[in-house]
Design a binder for this molecule. Structure first.
Ligand code: BES
Ligand code: ZN
Length: 454
C-alpha cells in the first residue's frame, strides 16, 4: 500500500486508542508530586512500543526519572537508528488561560489540543508510527532503538551519565529526533542547528526583614531595585549582552548561511501580530530569524519579591529573586558562560546587598551537517510527504542532550521535527495540526524505506 494511504487509514484509531491515553497522563517533570505519573507514562510507552513492533521495551532506572528503552532488530549487520524523544511535559500553569482541560485531548478545527500535543508526545508518537508503518509494510531495512527520557524539560538530569554507562546498548549510526519545529505549514524544513542554554537563579538579600519603606526607604538598598538594575544592565541599547568575554567563542555564521536564512519566507509584521506584540525588538544588525537561531540571548524567565498580593503595601522587601537564562550558540560552552556570568554579577553587585547566583542547568548547542547520507535521505522523505524540498535552517530552541550524544556516544542527530510555532509549546492551549502530524508519519516512514537499503 502507498504510505499515505496506510497512514490515513490508521490515523484515527492510532490517536484514539494509543496517543490519547498517553496524553492523559500528566507527566510534568518539573513538579515532584507527579513522580508516579512519570512511571505511569514510561510504562505506557513500553506498551505502545511493543504494540508498534519493537522486540523488547523496558523501563530503566537513572539517577532521575526512568528512561524507556526499546529495540527492533531486523539484521545484525544492518545499520541502526536510535530514536530519541522525551515523555515529560512542561507545567500547565496558568490554568485559567486554557480553553479546555490541559490533559484531556480534544480535536477541534483540524488540530489536537492538549499539553504534549506537540512537545513531545505528539512528535514521539509520529516517530513510532512512522517506524510501525515501515515495519508493517515490509520496508524496514535497519535496526531501530528507542530512548525516551523523562526529564528533557528540566535539563535532562542523569541522562548524560546514563549514556556514558550504556554505550554498547545505545550504539547506533544516526539518532532521529522530532522534538523540534518547521518554518511553517507550507514551508517544510529540517532543523540544522539548535542553541545551547545556561540557566541560573539570582537571589539578592538586603535587610534581615521587610522594612517600612517610609521609615527606612532612602537609607537602605532595596533588593528588588538592585536586582532589576543588575538585570537591566546585562543588555545594552543595541541588544548586546554586556558581560565581558560573553561573545568570545560565538560562531560567526558564514555569509552563505546568512544569505540562505534570508531566503526563508518570513514576514515580521505577521509574526508580530501572531504574538500580539506591537513591534519586534532585538539585537541590532540581525534579522528575526537570525536573532532567534544564530545569536545568543539573555532572558528573565521569572522574577519575584516584595508585596504582590491585592491592594498596596508600603514595604522595602528583604529579598528579591529571579530565574534567568541565556540561549547560547555553537562553540559557546555553557560552563564557561556560567562562570563568566557569576563573576560578572558578583563584580557589579553593590556592597550594600548580598547576592547569590546558583547555576541550575545548561547544555551546548548543536550543528547538523547537511552532507551526511542520512540528511539526504531525510530530504527526499520530506519531499515525498510534503511535495516540497525542505529548507535547511537552524532553530532557536535547545535540546542539550543532543550535544552530549555527540560527545559521549559519537553519534550525530538528525532533527526531523514537525512542530509549528503556532503550536504553543510550553504555553496554554498547546496544539498540533493533524494533517502535519500525518505528513510527519509519512516522512518518517519514507526515511525508513531508504535508510539501510542495500
Ligand atoms: N522541543 C523543545 C526544543 C525545541 C523547540 C527545539 C522548538 C527547536 C524548536 C524542547 O522540549 C525544549 O523546550 N527544550 C528546552 C530545554 C531546556 C529546558 C534545557 C528549551 O529549549 O527551553
Ligand atoms: Zn519543550
Amino acid at each position: 500500500m502507498e504510505t499515505k494511504q496506510y497512514v490515513a487509514a490508521h490515523l484515527e484509531s492510532w490517536l484514539r486508542d494509543e496517543l490519547f491515553p498517553l496524553l492523559r497522563i500528566p507527566s510534568i517533570s518539573a513538579q515532584p508530586e507527579h513522580a508516579p505519573d512519570m512511571y505511569a507514562c514510561a510504562r505506557k510507552w513500553c506498551e505502545l512500543l511493543l504494540a508498534a513492533g519493537a522486540d523488547t521495551a523496558e523501563l530503566l532506572e537513572t539517577t532521575a526519572n526512568p528512561v524507556v528503552f526499546a529495540a527492533k532488530q531486523v539484521d545484525p549487520d544492518a545499520p541502526t537508528v536510535l530514536v530519541y524523544a522525551h515523555y515529560d511535559v512542561m507545567p500547565v500553569e496558568p490554568l485559567d488561560l486554557w480553553h479546555t482541560d490541559p490533559f484531556e485531548p480534544v480535536i477541534r478545527d483540524g488540530r489536537l489540543w492538549v499539553r504534549g500535543a506537540d512537545d513531545d508526545k505528539g512528535q514521539s508518537f509520529l516517530q513510532v508510527k512512522g517506524f510501525e508503518t515501515a515495519l508493517r509494510n515490509g520496508w524496514l531495512h535497519c535496526n531501530v532503538k528507542f530512548l525516551f527520557e523523562g526529564g528533557e524539560e528540566i535539563g535532562s538530569p542523569g541522562l548524560a551519565e546514563f549514556c556514558a554507562g550504556h554505550r554498547e546498548m545505545l550504539k547506533a549510526d544516526i539518532i532521529l529526533v522530532s522534538d523540534n519545529s518547521m518554518i511553517g505549514r507550507d514551508v517544510p524544513s529540517i532543523t540544522t542547528g539548535l542553541r545551547g542554554l545556561a540557566y541560573w537563579e539570582i537571589e539578592v538579600t538586603g535587610p534581615e526583614r521587610d522594612l517600612h519603606s517610609g521609615i527606612f526607604g532612602g537609607a537602605v538598598a532595596n533588593p528588588v531595585n538592585v536586582l532589576c538594575k543588575l538585570i537591566a544592565d546585562i543588555t545594552d541599547a543595541d541588544g548586546h549582552i554586556t558581560i565581558p568575554h560573553f561573545y568570545d567563542d560565538v560562531e560567526e555564521v558564514s555569509a552563505a548561511e546568512r544569505a540562505m536564512l534570508a531566503q526563508v519566507p518570513h514576514d515580521d509584521k505577521a509574526y508580530a501580530e501572531s504574538l500580539g506584540v506591537k513591534a519586534l525588538c532585538g539585537e541590532k544588525g540581525y534579522s528575526t530569524l537570525e536573532r532567534t537561531a544564530i545569536r545568543p540571548t539573555f532572558d528573565v524567565c521569572g522574577i519575584w519579591g516584595g508585596y504582590t498580593a491585592e491592594g498596596s503595601k508600603t514595604v522595602l522587601p528583604s529579598k528579591a529573586t529571579a530565574k534567568v537564562s541565556c540561549r547560547l550558540v555553537p562553540h559557546q560552552q555553557h560552563e564557561k558562560i556560567s562562570r563568566l556570568f557569576i563573576d560578572y554579577i558578583h563584580a557589579v553587585a553593590p556592597d550594600c546587598v548580598s547576592v547569590k547566583v546558583t547555576p541550575m542547568h545548561g547544555g551546548e548547542g548543536y550543528v547538523c551537517p547537511i552532507d551526511m547520507p542520512a540528511y539526504r535521505i531525510a530530504e527526499r522523505a520530506y519531499e515525498k510527504a510534503f511535495g516540497k524540498r525542505p529548507l535547511a535552517v537552524r532553530r532557536g530552541g535547545s535540546i542539550p542532550v543532543i550535544a552530549d550524544f555527540e560527545k559521549i556516544l559519537g553519534i550525530k542527530s538528525l532533527l526531523m521535527g514537525f512542530g509549528l510555532e503556532s503550536n504553543a509549546i510550553h504555553s496554554p492551549n498547546e496544539n498540533q495540526q493533524l494533517d502535519i502530524m500525518e505528513k510527519g508519519i509519512v516522512a518518517v516512514a519514507e526515511f525508513y524505506r531508504e535508510f539501510g537499503k542495500r
